[in-house]
Write a protein that binds this ligand. Structure first.
Ligand code: PSU
Ligand code: MN
Length: 306
């Protein structure tokens, strides 16, 4: 894959860590540019990296910078992506070739981050929430490319479930069809991002990072491509009131419908609207669950390289 070198830039720290078999955790950048307001987005992204280091792993924040697939970007680049916010193109699988050929910048979604992590040899990725099957998808066919990527690319994703802006039941059905195991960390119930409850069951409950690493190692060793989705409930003290958050989400979706917002703009729009409607409470919950996922992902990464 010599041609890949024209596009892929891996930081020396990340390259050496991967080569030496040290634990590495990938991080996405759409959450920075499109998921949170400045300056909280940058503060959060830098703190997540620190948490991963404190846990004994190496963080690798991923983005497209000046047309380069960049794995392990610098704090200055994180600040740049955070300041520019929505002006940075949200990049999923389909966008990568165009943005690279044009030499532009891109904030990578879960799907694109998995692709770049895989190219760099990173197997574990921590984020907040994944994209999924949207409510009303039977009409709109709005299904995130994240789900296809989970089926195709062998990078484990540690998240807090999926937001109730999605149809969680249909998202689980899609993942089943695509052969993606959904693991609940210390829970049988699928967490719903801001809350620990969804009324839906995960495929398997696992109680330790070692157990999760063993299952993923088995998947890798037998050559079964694709991810394993680890869902980690938001810590109790930060979880939000179920009815209140559902009311806000319903209101945000109604507003988006009225404005005719669709396609790649819908998720960032809803995230922003929810943050406004909850007066920042959801932002704080979002930040805390990302930290929580970074800790779990670091522990799994350490077990995986053992
Ligand atoms: N869900 C969240 N926060 C996010 C995203 C989703 O709770 O920041 C972002 C992630 O980067 C995810 C992307 O990969 O949105 C999904 O967008 P779409 O539905 O357009 O594929
Ligand atoms: Mn979509």
């Amino acid at each position: 894959m010599k041609d890949l070198e024209k596009y892929l830039v891996v930081s020396p720290e990340v390259r050496e860590a991967v080569a030496a078999g040290k634990p590495v955790v990938a991080l996405e950048s759409t959450i920075i540019s499109h998921g949170m307001p400045y300056p909280k987005n940058v503060e959060t992204a830098l703190t997540v990296e620190k948490i991963i280091r404190d846990c004994g792993a190496v963080p690798a924040t991923i983005a497209v910078i000046g047309g380069k697939l960049s794995v392990g970007i610098t704090p200055e680049q994180i600040d740049y992506l955070g300041r520019r916010g929505l002006a940075v193109t949200k990049v999923s699988r389909r966008d990568l070739p165009v943005i690279c050929a044009r030499g532009e910048d891109g904030a990578t979604t879960v799907a694109a981050t998995m692709i770049l992590a895989d190219m760099a040899g990173i197997r574990i990725f921590a984020t907040g929430g994944i994209g999924g099957v949207h409510r009303g998808a039977t009409q709109t066919m709005d299904i995130s490319a994240d789900l296809e990527e989970l089926s195709n690319t062998s990078v484990m994703v540690v998240c807090a479930g999926a937001k109730a802006i999605l149809d969680l039941g249909l998202t689980l059905e899609y993942l089943e069809t695509k052969g993606v195991p959904v693991i609940g960390y210390q829970t049988e119930e699928l967490p719903a991002f801001y809350t620990r409850k969804s009324g839906l069951k995960v495929d398997y409950r696992m109680d330790t990072p070692a157990e999760i690493a063993a299952a993923f190692r088995a998947k890798l060793e037998m050559g079964l491509k694709g991810s394993m989705l680890v869902t980690n409930p938001i810590p109790e003290e930060y979880s939000m009131d179920h009815d209140a958050i559902y009311r806000v989400i319903d209101e945000a979706i109604a507003k988006a419908d009225e404005l005719g917002i669709h396609g790649k703009a819908i998720t960032p729009y809803l995230l922003d609207e929810i943050q406004k409607l909850t007066g920042g409470e959801s932002l704080e919950a979002n930040i805390q669950l990302v930290y929580n996922n970074a800790r779990l992902a670091s522990a799994i990464a350490s077990e995986l390289v053992r």
